[in-house]
Write a protein that binds this ligand. Sequence first.
Ligand SMILES: [Zn+2]
Length: 283
Amino acid sequence: MLSERLLTILPELTFNEALEITKLQSVAGILPDDVSLVTKRPFRSPHHKASIISLLGGGQNPKPGEISLAHYGVLFLDELPEFSRSALESLRGPLEDAQITISRTNSTVTYPCNFIFMASMNPCPCGHLNDKKKACVCTPTQISNYKNKISGPILDRIDLHVEVERVDYKKLQSDEHLESSEQIRERVNRARKIQLERYESEGIISNSELSSVQIEKYCKLNDETKIFLENAFNVYGYSARTYSRILKIARTIADLEEKENIELQHVAEAIQYRTLDRSNANE
Ligand SMILES: [Zn+2]
């Protein structure tokens, strides 16, 4: 449910984005006859048994795969550890480059694939680790084998890790007032606008695209925050790539609060979203 709701808080499509999505659907032969311009961001959720060709694209007349059909939308992989290692590893390049080149003997095609990557997994094979109501029946080896199916390089490329607890039936029915998708989308749009203006001269549109040189320029930390981050690194054993992830996420959290500078609490929140790649995450 959470994954499908993500679409409702993403910024509306620009005309150029809509055009690109429409072209890709048309090339793939999935554009409905009565649609001349796609107006919604796509949500693709391929099965874990899907072939690498159907994920990445290819075939005799190379067609766009799921990653390109998710362009400017969401690619959701449910039960991530069920996907084959080779399928997951094949996503590394496209996640980094936001495009994929398919080579055939006599032709080469490049399709864009700038999507939000979203995935879900259980905490362990039986699904009840840390569950307050039901006991986990897995051995420590089973748990660590399960977690190790997702390689470090793939985890490195995922910005936010969030643990979701079992939801009480009673809680689902409560009429506790929560922020609506519409309100959240307004905040997202404001943060997007701040970034568009900040990066006007850089030729990029969002924090996720910041290069390491740009990170130094736009993600400055005060001394107190620097020391805090350094300590977190020593404790959790993060990789260098995680360092830039954390700064970009902190920049986004600050933008959502419309704060000009990244503050300690923004970095602290960003660190909370990096639970799975802590070097002691399996202990
Ligand atoms: Zn278990």
